[in-house]
Design a protein around this ligand. Structure first.
Ligand SMILES: *Cc1c(COP(=O)(O)O)cnc(C)c1O
Length: 388
């Protein structure tokens, strides 16, 4: 019996973290203490009030059956209330909200709702890999919009040819951005709405980091831009905001026709998120937001230590206003893969090469602020010790 994978799997690039994991294990086997700034997974626990809500809900037999496909009415209503409070955006919880099993699930599935073979999806490079892989799984062709430093890591819409724009069916954008940590302006979102309207492109804005922002900066929702709800949707996740990556709960909101098509795909693939998890999500969204403040303070402190330390070690990095990533320029003489290799073998520090997020990420590495201040200080000392 010959097990032959489908072309869609054969065409995939190797999983970004697989090679990094292999090299990490090699270094660990030599007895070197590893500081892992690689994966973007919060090291902080889920706040206790959220866990308590889930425990109560898990014991209730009413939550043991299949949930509703589009999400519990109560969860979708909590999402609408949160949107009103946080962004002053009105949403109809019945038609403009869908619950997701983590936002990655919705992002991976949305191309199935809109992409026909050969259709283009506009995808940022560097970017979260699910945008282009979801597109390819649906038979579409990603067109990479390079995010460049000189454009503050926003895509240059004027550089997209008319022909490409006409063939494009959907567009993914993501601000605050993983991996560059860039943020968007209202002007930018308005230019996206105009561009999408002109070329009939459905906008999918990934706002996973909307709450992970520092100092007095609070990112806006794409839906705050005039007309946004007629051209697209926004993905959100409780993963980063409430340290809930393992729980698998997120949502998409916006244009009712787009939400309904995503729901149609989902109802044929999954059966929704465990209700006890949705009830924990309601507690997270409606409950005391002090835990979010604490999360921001924790990452801001780590950010300040790492940015100052990297700069004094001679590296070039901007202080991010949001996300828990630093997008660090690779010094002269190295590729991003070589530089991550150097940090691993010479300093025991795991980072992610920028080219893993797309060719436009070459010349950068990403560091995630997912270890405590003491370990960050240790990382800085080790980097200084390399003598860059
Ligand atoms: C972490 C992250 C997500 C969230 O994924 P979940 O599936 O909700 O855990 C989505 N988009 C980006 C860019 C991310 O970095």
């Amino acid at each position: 019996m010959r097990i032959e994978k489908a072309e869609r799997l054969k065409r995939l690039p190797p999983y970004l973290f697989k090679e990094i994991d292999r090299r990490k294990e090699e270094v660990r086997a030599k007895g070197i203490d590893i500081i892992d700034l690689g994966v973007g997974d919060p090291d902080l626990p889920t706040p206790p009030h959220i866990i308590e809500a889930s425990k109560r809900a898990a014991s209730d037999p009413a939550n043991h059956q299949y949930p509703s496909y589009s999400g519990m009415a109560d969860f979708n209503a909590a999402v609408a209330r949160w949107y009103k409070r946080r962004f002053n955006v009105d949403l109809d919880p019945g038609t403009e909200v869908v619950t997701l099993i983590g936002s990655k699930e919705g992002i991976a599935h949305i191309p199935l709702a809109f992409i026909n073979p050969g259709d283009i999806a506009l995808v940022p490079s560097p970017g979260y890999p699910v945008y282009h892989i979801g597109t390819q799984f649906a038979g579409g062709e990603p067109y990479f919009m390079d995010l460049l430093k000189e454009n503050r890591f926003l895509p240059d819409l004027a550089s997209i040819s008319r022909e490409t724009a006409q063939k494009a069916k959907i567009m993914f954008i993501n601000y605050p951005n993983n991996p560059t940590a860039a943020v968007a302006t209202k002007d930018f979102f308005e230019s996206i709405v105009a561009f999408a309207g002109e070329h009939n492109i459905i906008v999918c804005h990934d706002a996973a980091y909307s709450e992970m922002a520092f100092d007095d900066y609070r990112p806006m929702s794409f839906l705050e831009a005039e007309g946004a709800k007629t051209v697209g949707i926004e993905f959100h996740s409780l993963s980063k905001t409430y340290n809930m990556t393992g729980w698998r709960i997120g949502f998409a909101v916006g244009c009712a026709d787009v939400i309904s098509a995503l729901g149609q795909v989902k109802s044929n693939i999954d059966s929704g998120a465990f209700q006890a998890v949705q009830i924990a999500g309601i507690e997270a969204l409606d409950g005391d937001q002090k835990c979010v403040e604490d999360m921001r303070r924790t990452y801001a402190e780590r950010r300040d230590i790492l940015v100052a330390g990297l700069c004094s070690a001679g590296l070039s990095v901007e202080k991010p206003r949001a996300t828990f990533y630093l997008w660090v320029e690779v010094p002269q003489g190295y590729t991003s893969t070589e530089f991550t290799g150097l940090l691993l073998t010479e300093a025991g520090i795991v980072t992610t090469p920028g080219n893993g997020f797309g060719t436009a990420g070459e010349a950068y590495i990403r560091m995630a602020l997912t270890v405590d201040c003491e370990r960050i200080r240790e990382a800085v000392e080790r980097i200084k010790g390399i003598g860059l």
